[in-house]
Design a protein around this ligand. Structure first.
Ligand SMILES: Nc1nc2c(ncn2[C@@H]2O[C@H](COP(=O)(O)OP(=O)(O)OP(=O)(O)O)[C@@H](O)[C@H]2O)c(=O)[nH]1
Ligand SMILES: [Mg+2]
Length: 720
């Protein structure tokens, strides 16, 4: 007999009954992100979640530019997410703080910072395209930050949707262990013989069906409209098979389940959920759900899975950081407890008319409006004037925020994205967020020189908001070189200048951002010995430097730790001075990359040198290092993935080879050829038009920064 699904209303289980009681509200918070390849349906899913939790009373559509989270005009025009947006809603007993992130590679920093501060994630896959390039990237980012996740195989209503194929790709391409909790009933759009219309729930062993979208829209108790029925005969065998797999996987997480299964006794769904939760939080499995966000099929089960299987702030290990008071790196930890000293991480800054809004993830303690917080990295006390709960473009002022919360803070001035704020009496320095390097630059200048100051100020503000955006003004040319993650990134910035700030700019052709690394390892010393205004400036700095294989900026390490305090300070000052000099770049004026410098024991004259002398000697040492080692010009190399039907494969390969691309792999995925290549970004400008023309519009591609590699000899020679 079909019946209404009321038992879905069961409360999420308490986290770990054996744990000491946590403050009540912590276990009921879920800080989660939605991440995926572009167009997988993240924003559509978010919009449905807001609707079914009654947070919003109308159902917006990406295609009409009416969703809550894509509220920026640029996003609405393009139908893609550019800025991550935070929303909160209540689902049963759980408060979900959710960040909808962009899938376009140019905005990958938004994903990076979100995953850094979130406790769990929903990864959305399009059942038609399967695991796409950017899904792999976000998966690796989630791995890096140890974020447990659940997967939604979305777009099952589309022609060519393949649920099991996508699950297989999750297993093979992402090296994950998918735990299938749903099976789709039918596949594809309404006009096919057996369209997608329902979900087999393998935990409760029943069929869930959902009212047509327009009926769901008509309101009513949306929840109660999910209908449960026995599994139909034609799905019974498949369901039994997958149920068996599910149960046997859970043996590893619950002896009780193993025992019940042995006795062929029924296994209570509650018990299964507990085991699935444990398996998910320990990141040993990824529960896989089925749905169609567009048609509102499978949304409530995703909400349930968020509540049931993803961790609360109380489930994640205490946050760790360095003790800023200690010279030798010492790790300390803070529990997610409102009674602990406060610490939090600034992960996003939004410039607003009335001052910047700092988004802070509170890891421990309580943060009160009208208080002050310590920024250990900048050695500054910051004002915490106001606290806000932010709901996309709306917000509500609150008096205090607790461990586990994500809040907007107004008041700080000196902090930047990735900085720690903490209790001044109990300082801690959390790990900053690492952002990818910019790969593309473009010169711009204001149309009227009157706008110069305004442009400089506006770019400064944009830099504060966007850690992957750079802007450097050239005194000589009056031009400003802006750099970012790709053509779209810079175009969006240019539009913002025009639309939001009424700044008309002339723009030059974009070019790639170059870097330099050392030609060979060297050991050098830089000295200064000079009389200035009757004073002797004398110092020597010795260093060893080498190019390294790892991708990353220049690192400067202290390789000399003298016992005596005055010498120890001198060694630290030398290291810091070398760092400052190295940041000025290489022989061609590009930033240094993949370079390791170690400051070695250096002779200390009598009387000991002052700061100025040490700085001069350090600068001299860095100059000598560059001269002695020589530098190699590096250019950004992209990972390109092209999906193309057989008949155009040859043309696409030919074209790529002319672009100095190296084809690294070709494989057949769901009937189309997917080829992977590494190509210099400089030869990939305008590729979207080119690939369209050589494949008559049949190929699609994605491109993401892979590394910096040596530029060709011609490029290096022509470089000015
Ligand atoms: N047929 C079908 N279309 C969907 C589904 N979910 C989303 N779409 C459509 O797919 C397109 C992209 O959806 P979005 O929700 O913007 O995808 P996104 O993942 O947020 O994309 P970005 O934010 O740009 O990365 C839109 O045209 C949606 O209407 C689905 O379940 N079925
Ligand atoms: Mg989106």
């Amino acid at each position: 007999m079909p019946g209404l699904v009321n038992d879905l209303a069961a409360r999420p289980r308490p986290i770990r009954p054996s744990d000491p009681p946590m403050p009540r509200h912590l276990a009921a918070i879920r800080n989660i992100g939605i991440v995926a390849h572009i167009d997988a349906g993240k924003t559509t899913l978010t919009e449905r979640m807001l609707f079914f939790t009654k947070t919003s009373h109308r159902l917006g559509e990406v295609d009409r530019g009416t969703t809550i989270t894509d509220f920026d005009p640029e996003e609405q025009e393009r139908g893609i997410t550019i800025y991550s947006a935070a929303v909160s809603f209540q689902w049963r007993d759980v408060t979900v703080n959710l960040i909808d992130t962009p899938g376009h590679v140019d905005f990958t920093a938004e994903v990076e910072r979100s995953l850094r501060v979130l406790d769990g994630a929903v990864v959305v896959f399009s059942a038609r395209e399967g695991v796409e390039a950017q899904s792999e990237t976000v998966w690796r980012q989630a791995d890096k930050y140890g974020v447990p996740r659940i997967a939604l195989v979305n777009k099952l209503d589309r022609e060519g949707a393949d649920f099991h194929g996508t699950v297989k790709q999750i297993e093979e391409r992402l090296a994950a262990k998918p735990l299938v909790l749903h099976l789709p009933q039918g596949l594809g759009p309404p006009h096919v013989k057996d369209p997608f219309r329902g979900i087999v729930d393998l935990v409760e062993m029943r069929l869930l069906t959902f009212p047509p979208k327009d009926e769901a829209l008509a309101g009513g108790e949306a929840l109660a409209r999910v209908t449960a029925a026995p599994i139909p005969d034609d799905l019974a065998d498949e369901a039994a098979l997958y149920r068996e797999q599910l149960v046997s996987t859970l043996f590893d997480f619950s002896d009780e389940i193993a025992e019940l299964a042995m006795q062929e006794a029924p296994i209570p769904p509650e018990l299964m959920r507990k085991a699935i939760r444990e398996a998910t939080i320990s990141r040993r499995v990824v529960p896989v759900l089925a749905g169609s966000a567009l048609d509102c099929i499978g949304i409530q089960p995703v909400l349930d899975a968020v509540a049931w299987y993803l961790p609360s702030p109380a489930d994640v290990p205490p946050v760790e950081g360095l003790d800023p008071a200690k010279k030798v790196p010492t790790t300390i930890a803070r529990k997610a407890d409102p009674a602990e000293p406060f610490c939090g991480l600034v992960f996003k800054i939004v410039a607003e008319k009335h001052g910047d809004l700092y988004f802070v993830r509170v890891y421990s303690g309580t943060l009160k409006a009208g208080s002050r917080a310590w920024n250990p990295a900048r050695q500054k006390k910051e004002n915490v004037a106001q606290l806000w709960h932010v709901q996309a473009d709306r917000r509500e002022q609150i008096p205090e925020a607790f461990a586990g919360d994500i809040v907007g803070v107004i008041g700080p001035r000196a902090s930047v994205t990735g900085d720690t704020l903490c209790d001044a009496a109990h300082p801690i320095l959390l790990e900053a967020i690492q952002f990818p390097e910019t790969v593309i630059s473009m010169a711009i200048e204001p149309e009227t020189s009157l706008d110069r100051k305004k442009l400089a100020e506006t770019l400064e503000m944009m830099k504060r908001q966007d850690p992957t955006f750079r802007a450097v003004e050239s005194e000589e040319t009056g031009q400003t070189l802006i750099s970012g993650m790709g053509e779209l990134h810079l175009e969006v910035i240019r539009h913002r200048l025009e639309r939001d700030f009424n700044l008309k700019c002339r723009v030059h052709k974009p070019r790639v951002s170059y870097k330099e690394t050392l030609g060979r390892p060297v050991e050098v010393a830089g000295s200064v010995n000079r009389q200035v205004a009757g004073q002797t400036l004398a110092a020597t700095v010795t260093l060893r430097a080498e190019p390294v294989a790892e991708q990353g900026g220049v690192t400067v390490e202290q390789g000399w730790f003298p016992e005596a305090e005055s010498l120890a300070e001198m060694a630290a000052l030398m290291t810091q001075s070398v760092r400052e000099s190295a940041e000025r770049g290489g022989l061609k004026g590009c930033p240094l990359w993949a370079t390791r410098i170690v400051v070695l024991e250096s002779p200390i004259p009598e009387p000991p040198p002052g700061d100025v002398a040490v700085r001069m000697a350090a600068a001299e040492a860095v100059d000598r290092m560059l001269e002695a080692a020589g530098t190699v010009l590096l250019e950004p190399v992209m990972r390109v993935e092209v999906s193309v039907p057989e008949e155009h494969l040859g043309d696409v390969i030919n074209d790529l080879q002319q672009r100095r691309a190296m084809i690294t792999n070709t494989e057949l995925r769901g009937g189309v050829n997917v080829l992977t290549a590494e190509a210099p970004l400089a030869s990939m400008f305008g590729y979207s038009a080119a690939v369209r023309s050589v494949s008559q519009g049949r190929a699609s591609f994605t491109m993401a920064p892979l590394k910096y590699g040596p530029a060709s000899a011609e490029t290096a020679e022509a470089f000015v």
